[in-house]
Design a protein around this ligand. Structure first.
Ligand code: PGU
Length: 479
């Protein structure tokens, strides 16, 4: 319709009389047969039915909602000096002693500088890998186009060797543009007839994509849980790891360790029991190991494949995002063991390959060159150094809240510190902290009902911001 109006205007201002006549005849005097047959549609609707699964989702995705609230606060308080300890943390200490107009005039300053989550620059060796990927494209010999959809062979081999000690084979590694995208594509593969099991609280993508795929019924407003999802309670009483035997069976268990948001890490024994259970009941595990390199405690598994028998039941998603500051660069991978099968005997890897070749066209060749550099000895050392830095922030946050008398979880082998606000709703605490000391935290309620009384603090921040946030918390909560 708008296009038609535009063409009519062009015709009217056109100097050529015959052109005007032609266009007006075609567009105005001879309406299309469809518009003759049907009653005119209102400007604001079409005849395309909305996917009702989307109507089941309660609100927008968690992190943009946090950003919206922060922006709203800044608009009311343009001189506020905000610190974020969650997503969008790299605005660090943001002085908005500008006018509201200036804030608007910048391209969403709060979000723009913050997208990426990690805040430290990409270190030199890894950066040189990315640069090498760029320069190769400018040469005849180095140029490459599409594919391979599964990732370049060298990178698949290096991931299998350097990160999995050859516990997995290169042809079980599928390189991608990130773990979140792979989780969504896994859901596409699983379809709408499976039952998902999630830790409660958990990274919201597992539940939201299950809803989008039509696996669930609607949400129970009192429980804040969707029907047909198995919510596995995770709390201090079970060290934030679920006892799957206490809940109804799910087809696919989404297990994240180190955990977002609780910061808990699953022990070898816990994972052994989980694998054993899934073998007994014939379920899959989707193991999200996006924070694996934060594990420093000896004998805590960094991959599900360190557990015997895991290749019979588990898929692992992973990503360079938090390893190497690639949140904006985008590079991840998923391991699908060759022996993992659906109930009809079809290898899962076949269907995953079908998804990746159909709904994905391979990770960027530039970025894969950066991934190769990550896995050189120098790159691995740079990753260690980055993670040391964030773990030090986590320690500062953890000690601050412990010193203030809170019960605090995580923050040892994970970048997240989970603080119990005892009896208080985390959205209220979020607002109170934002308004009182201008620090942005993430309410645990956003990760499921199990997180209602907790706040998630992220260690992804510049040290100065972290230190200043700790000082402000001390001021706010001192007795
Ligand atoms: N898995 C877990 C457990 C995560 O926490 C995140 C990001 C991802 C996967 C995404 O990995 P990519 O490889 O970068 O896609 N969690 C961040 C960002 C949240 C979001 O979804 O935008 C966080 O703050 O929780």
């Amino acid at each position: 319709m708008i296009a038609h109006i535009a063409i009519i205007l062009v015709a009217l201002v056109s100097s050529s009389e015959s052109f005007q006549k032609l266009l007006l005849t075609r567009l105005v005097l001879r309406p299309s047969s469809a518009s003759v047959a049907c009653a005119p549609l209102s400007m604001s609707t079409t005849k395309v039915e909305r996917n009702q699964n989307f109507a089941k989702l309660q609100a927008g995705y968690l992190f943009p909602e946090i950003a919206r609230r922060r922006r709203a606060y800044l608009e009311q308080n343009p001189s506020a000096k905000i610190i974020s300890l969650g997503k969008y943390s790299c605005i660090d200490v943001m002085r908005c002693d500008t006018t509201i107009t200036t804030v608007h005039a910048m391209p969403s300053p709060l979000l723009f500088v913050g997208i990426g989550d990690t805040t430290m620059p990409i270190p030199p060796h890894i950066l040189s890998g990315l640069a090498h990927g760029v320069s190769k494209l400018g040469t005849k010999e180095g140029y490459s186009g599409y594919g391979a959809e599964q990732g370049v062979t060298e990178l698949r081999e290096k991931i299998a060797a350097k990160l999995y000690n050859n516990l997995v084979q290169p042809d079980e590694v599928f390189v991608s543009d990130g773990a979140k995208c792979d989780i969504s594509r896994l859901q596409l593969m699983f379809g709408s007839n499976v039952v998902s099991g999630v830790q409660d609280p958990s990274y919201p993508v597992y539940v939201d994509t299950s809803v989008m795929m039509g696996q669930t019924g609607s949400i129970d407003p009192a429980l804040k849980q969707f029907s047909n999802i198995v919510y596995l309670p995770c709390n201090p009483g079970n060290n934030f790891f679920p006892d799957v035997r206490q809940s109804p069976r799910a087809d696919v268990y989404y297990i994240c360790s180190p955990n977002n948001p609780t910061g808990a890490v699953a022990t070898r024994k816990q994972l052994e029991e989980l694998v054993q259970f899934c073998k007994e009941v014939g379920s899959f595990i989707v193991f999200d190991a996006a924070y694996a390199p934060f594990i420093r405690t000896p004998d805590v598994p960094k991959s599900i494949y360190e557990i015997e028998g895991a290749k019979d039941v588990a898929i692992e998603v992973n990503s360079f995002s938090k390893y190497a500051g690639f949140t904006g660069v985008r590079l991840g991978w998923t391991i699908v063991p060759s022996g993992l099968k659906f109930s009809d005997g079809t290898p899962v890897r076949n269907d995953w390959n079908r998804v990746m070749t159909t709904a994905f066209n391979g990770a960027s060749n530039i970025v894969q060159s950066g991934g190769l550099a990550c896995l050189d000895d120098e790159g691995l050392q740079e990753i260690e150094t980055l993670i040391d830095y964030y773990l030090q922030n986590a320690k500062l946050l953890k000690e601050t809240f412990e010193g203030l008398g809170f019960d605090v979880y995580g923050g040892v082998d994970a970048p997240y510190v989970f603080v119990h606000m005892k009896g208080r709703n985390s959205w209220d605490c979020f607002s109170e902290i934002l308004e009182t000391i201008q620090v942005v935290t993430i309410p645990g309620a956003g990760f499921g009902p199990g997180g209602t009384e907790f706040l998630r603090m992220s260690a992804f921040a510049p040290r100065e911001s972290c230190l200043e946030a700790c000082e402000r918390f001390k001021q706010m909560y001192k007795k």
